[in-house]
Design a protein around this ligand. Structure first.
Ligand SMILES: Cc1ncc(C[n+]2csc(CCOP(=O)(O)OP(=O)(O)O)c2C)c(N)n1
Ligand SMILES: [Mg+2]
Length: 599
């Protein structure tokens, strides 16, 4: 198919339209590289520019006409990669992030690490000064050429390459895309030599037929092991499912629910992963007691199964039979320990949970055709009452949930991100897109970028969902300029900053150390508090074209502020509400920091 006939991006607004190039038969290496991105139907390239890829930049604009993929200019490479990460969280598919030779990649590294730990597919593209030293411009192209640039990120990407010809560049992009899309998914990196991009070629090499290189179907677990697992579950008195990483597909969600119901298994979820099970289902629960009292535990790719068991059992031997369903082992390497402790697995299904659940469900139903009766629903904590906002003198984080409930009711909402100070139970998740999980790698500063990418994907899907991100002020401030890209590209998004004017998490750590050492804990704020001067977060938002509301520091003003904000987002705006909250974490999160012994 001719390049001009390929479809254009859905939902994209009509900005950044290039004037058409005069018809010409002349083509360059970078045209072939850009054409390959079109073949793969990559919708967007989030980028920060750089001369190392000026050839491809030109091809994207003047050869492809800046459509499919369309450029999303970002003000920092960390935002560019985070945007692609957020997009993958919603769609399960990679978009591209282009970063300038070595320095741009260095800026993007933390975001790549976050995507790696979150098993999110991202196609990271980069460039290098010419490897042929006789072609390097003095100084700049020498400092921006590294012998092995991929080494910077090789330890936390699934694959990287530096192709040496145009045809191999096309194959390289195709292979990168295939690997990124194969579970366990993750970021990949392709680095294009400047000379390769800028050399004129006689004609465009034929692009590979993409359909012949489709990602493989997820492998099915062996029947024998499925049968064994089904028998264990059906024979269990108190089965427990730990619903960890899973897809955003509602059908997968329904099958998970059916599996739990068919067997009367209790289910735990984890905010590190996106929503995988309805939190208000009678079988949903949590806590160490639930784990210790279970006799069979089915882990559906639970993040840190070993650590969860260790905490629940207090280090004592694990008595429950453990069934592990995970393909994660395929990406464990010797550098990053994001694979966590080694959990016991009496039965190990080396498969993706969403591929294993359907046959497992069938096997369980064959053994137990009638589902067990559901228990009575347990009490729901929910957010604090609305009336408390009238009486209180300072806003507590849970009251953000109160105000949002008041304004949104049951309107479909995607909680893109929630801060550590947000306790479980404040907001129910009833759909896989109700909550998207955390950053993966614990890299603060990803919140704004991931939120913009997720909101972009929601917008393009035509979803009615309101995209909401509740971010800590530290997280917001580190990545705040990602919001400009949302404004520029008309991506509606509500960002609520739970602004405790501190990197508060670390205040708790300083308090703990001081207490251990018999030193004054009241000094915990020094080197942590973001005050004097207080930062005007709403103004930072307005400075980039967002609607900025706040600081909201009076509890009774919270609901009106949320009402105004939600109306702005429904009208297509990016809106930031700076909510001044009392410092403090949920009891569980505080205990995790204060009580953990480094044993
Ligand atoms: C890149 C990076 N730098 C530092 C940290 C250490 N760190 C973990 S949580 C945190 C505080 C984050 O502050 P904020 O987003 O305001 O959330 P709060 O703890 O105040 O609720 C910091 C600095 C980190 N995880 N990542
Ligand atoms: Mg803070």
């Amino acid at each position: 198919m001719d390049i001009a006939e390929k479809p254009t991006a859905p939902g994209g607004n009509e900005i950044d339209r290039p004037v058409p190039s005069a018809p010409s038969n002349r083509v360059w290496g970078s045209d072939a590289i850009a054409a390959m991105l079109r073949e793969l139907d990559i919708p967007y390239v989030a980028l920060n520019p750089g001369a190392s890829y000026r050839g491809i930049h030109d091809s994207l604009v003047n050869y492809l006409g800046n459509t499919r993929p369309r450029m999303l200019l970002c003000l920092h490479e960390e935002s560019a990669v985070a945007l692609a990460h957020g997009y993958a969280k919603v769609t399960g598919r990679p978009m591209a992030a282009f970063v300038h030779s070595n320095v741009g990649l260095m800026h993007g590294t933390m975001a790549i690490f976050n995507a790696w730990c979150d098993r999110a597919p991202v196609l990271v593209l980069g460039a290098t000064g010419p490897m042929d030293s006789t072609r390097r411009r003095p100084w700049i192209e020498w400092i921006h050429t590294a012998r092995d640039q991929g080494a910077l990120i090789r330890n936390f990407t699934k694959w990287d390459d530096q192709p040496a010809s145009v045809t191999s560049a096309q194959e390289s992009i195709l292979r990168a895309w295939l690997i990124a899309n194969t579970a366990p998914k993750g970021p990949v990196y392709v680095n294009f030599d400047l000379a390769l991009q800028e050399d004129e070629i006689t004609e465009l090499p034929p692009a590979p037929t993409v359909a012949r290189f489709a990602p493989p179907e997820p492998p099915q677990p062996p029947m024998l092991i499925l049968q064994q697992t089904a028998e264990l579950l059906v024979g269990a008195k108190r089965p427990l499912i730990l619903a960890g990483r899973g897809s955003r597909n509602p059908e997968d969600w329904k099958r998970r629910v059916a599996l739990a119901e068919s067997n009367g298994a209790r289910v735990m979820t984890d905010r590190k992963s996106g929503a995988t099970f309805p939190t208000d289902h009678p079988l949903h629960g949590g806590g160490a007691d639930l784990i210790v009292n279970s006799d069979v535990i089915l882990s559906l790719d639970w993040v840190d199964l070993a650590g969860t068991l260790k905490s629940a059992y207090g280090g004592k031997p694990v008595t429950a039979k453990i069934v592990q369903v995970s393909a994660d082992q395929y990406v464990h390497n010797g550098w990053s320990m994001d694979y966590q402790g080694l959990p016991p697995a009496d039965v190990y299904l080396l498969a993706e949970p969403d591929a294993a659940v359907p046959p497992l469900l069938a096997a369980v139903k064959a053994l137990r055709p009638n589902t067990r009766p559901l228990p009575a629903p347990g009490p729901r904590s929910g957010p604090p009452p609305l009336a408390a906002l009238e009486e209180a003198s300072i806003i507590q984080v849970p009251q953000i949930a109160t105000a949002l409930h008041e304004v949104l009711g049951n309107a479909p909402t995607t909680m893109i991100r929630l801060p550590l100070s947000w306790a479980d139970g404040l907001w129910e998740f009833r759909h896989p897109l109700d909550y998207l999980g955390t950053d993966g790698g614990g890299g603060i500063g990803s919140g704004p970028g991931v939120s913009v990418g997720a909101a972009l994907a929601l917008r393009d899907s035509g979803s009615e969902r309101l995209p909401v991100a509740v971010l800590g002020d530290g997280d917001f401030l580190m990545g705040v300029t990602a919001l400009w890209t949302a404004v520029r590209n008309s991506v509606p998004l509500l960002v609520i900053v739970a602004n405790n004017r501190s990197f508060f998490n670390d205040e708790l750590h300083q308090e703990r150390v001081a207490l251990q050492r018999g030193r004054p804990p009241e000094n915990r704020w020094i080197g942590q508090a973001i005050r004097d001067p207080d930062i005007d977060l709403a103004m930072m938002a307005r400075g980039q074209g967002c609607t900025g509301i706040g600081p909201v520091d009076e509890p009774r003003k919270l609901v009106p502020a949320m009402r105004e904000a939600v109306a702005a987002v429904r009208a297509g705006k990016v809106c930031v509400v700076d909510v001044r909250v009392a410092p403090g974490y949920s009891t569980g999160a505080t205990a995790a920091i204060m009580q953990h012994k480094a044993d």
